[in-house]
Ligand binder design. Structure first.
Ligand code: HMG
Length: 396
């Protein structure tokens, strides 16, 4: 049975911060953030924005893009590493706010940035096995990537959600079973202790863990994938390669590493064709953790000048801690036109640019957001209004 991504929905906070301005405020050369890290802007969530509000908006957008009714959803998994409760899953809030059917299975997955990929693989197998019985799945990656002010991680923040509508009649990308290579390794490269809102990261080590994961997953993928060998780089068969994008430069390093494994002495030559289109949107949003890889996929579909119809795209998912997966799927006819009509670029262009003082005020206020008393909504929902009787309250 066919299974794949039928539609993609994107949600971003309404605010954004230019990294050139952040660099000046931190006495750093702007070129370090813009070129050295390869990111231009990072999305900043106001205090009434959280993983739930982003997830709901992304899911609504995916459903609208696909023209699919909520009653058709039989599985909803939210991958997140910045959940809002130790027990109640973000998926339960999403279920309520979206009005999904009571027969819909809902839960949350956590493995750093890998969580949404775990959900996607589960949904594909659920459909292929016949258990879905014609129903569709909503797989959402929703996160607020947050490091401490004035830390090396600060310019690699971001916030956003990507929702994937997964079905047996995918109009964007279809995935064949088995074209997956996995690599897991227990490492301490990035984590978030229970007592902290900010992630702890061993930054340079995390880069080497990412590359180790890429190498392991790629070797595992090659063992399972069919096709010609020994005729130039295997990855030339792909129309695009979407890597997990914590910051733009990481995808440059990843591509260099992967092509090096294939004996390519000039990896930069294939970068423009295979990778550059995947970075157009992520460079303007920053790291959105679980959604980052799927933002890169959305970027490939909407920004690539090449005709990708019928071509295979590779996706590399990395979750610190760690689990890495390389898998591939085939772009469906008409997918790029659908992606271009989705309005993702307009969403980014519509964000309000804030200055560093406003950003720091918001970051300070977010410290207390999980305990502030609920108040009335001051705009259209869904918004996080605060807490009453230990319950999180949202406007519809
Ligand atoms: P840093 O130490 O501040 O930066 O932290 P640096 O000194 O390594 O410089 C960065 C790059 O800028 C270097 O280029 C410099 O040469 C260049 P590279 O050698 O890497 O090619 N540079 C300049 N370029 C132009 N003009 C200049 C200039 N100065 C320097 N003037 C680091 C960088 C990424 C470590 C830090 O931001 C960090 O800790 N970020 C968070 C961790 C992270 O994103 N890790 C990525 C891999 S792990 C991952 O992806 C998983 C994750 O998403 C979490 C999850 O799974 O949930 C994070």
């Amino acid at each position: 049975m066919h299974a794949g991504i039928d539609a993609i929905g994107l949600a971003l906070p309404p605010l954004t911060l230019e990294l050139a301005a952040l660099a000046r405020a931190r006495n750093v050369e702007p070129s370090k953030f813009l070129e050295g890290l390869g990111t231009t802007r990072i999305s900043i969530p106001p205090v009434d924005e959280d993983t739930v509000t982003l997830a709901v908006r992304a899911a609504n957008s995916a459903l609208e893009n696909a023209g699919v009714a909520k009653s058709d959803i039989g599985l909803c998994i939210v991958g997140t590493e910045t959940a809002v409760d130790h027990s109640k899953p973000v998926a339960a809030f999403v279920h309520g706010l979206l009005g999904l059917p009571s027969g819909c299975r809902i839960y949350e997955t956590k493995h750093a940035c890998y969580g949404a990929t775990a959900g996607l693989q589960t949904a594909l197998d659920w459909i292929r096995s016949g258990s879905a019985r014609g129903k569709k799945a909503l797989i959402i990656g929703s996160d607020i990537a947050r490091y401490g002010l004035r830390t090396p991680g600060e310019p690699t923040q971001g916030a956003g959600a990507v929702a994937l509508l997964v079905s047996d009649a995918p109009r964007l990308v279809a995935f064949e079973p088995g074209k997956v290579g996995t690599f897991a390794h227990d490492v301490n490269d990035f984590w978030r202790p229970l007592y902290s809102k900010d992630a702890v990261v061993d930054g340079h080590y995390s880069v080497s863990c990412y590359l180790e994961g890429l190498e392991g997953a790629y070797r595992a993928y090659l063992e399972r994938a069919d096709g010609p060998r020994g005729e130039g780089p295997f990855s030339d068969r792909f129309g695009a390669i979407a890597y997990h994008v914590p910051y733009g430069k990481m995808a440059v390093k990843a591509h260099r590493h992967l092509r090096g494994l294939e004996g390519d002495a000039d990896p930069a030559k294939s970068f423009e064709r295979l990778v550059a289109p995947t970075l157009v949107l992520p460079r303007l949003v920053g790291n959105i953790y679980t959604g980052s890889l799927y933002l890169a996929l959305a970027s490939a579909l909407s920004e690539s000048p090449a005709d990708l119809a019928g071509r295979e795209v590779a996706l590399f998912s990395y979750g610190s801690g760690s689990c890495a997966e390389l898998f591939s799927g085939t772009v469906q006819p008409g997918a790029q036109a659908r992606a271009r009509a989705s309005g993702w670029r307009a969403l980014i262009d519509g964000q309000r640019v804030i200055d560093v003082a406003e950003y720091e005020t918001i970051m300070d206020a977010r410290e207390a957001m999980d305990t502030r008393a609920a108040h009335d909504a001051d705009g259209p929902g869904p918004r996080f209004l605060g807490v009453r009787d230990h319950r999180r309250i949202y406007s519809a």
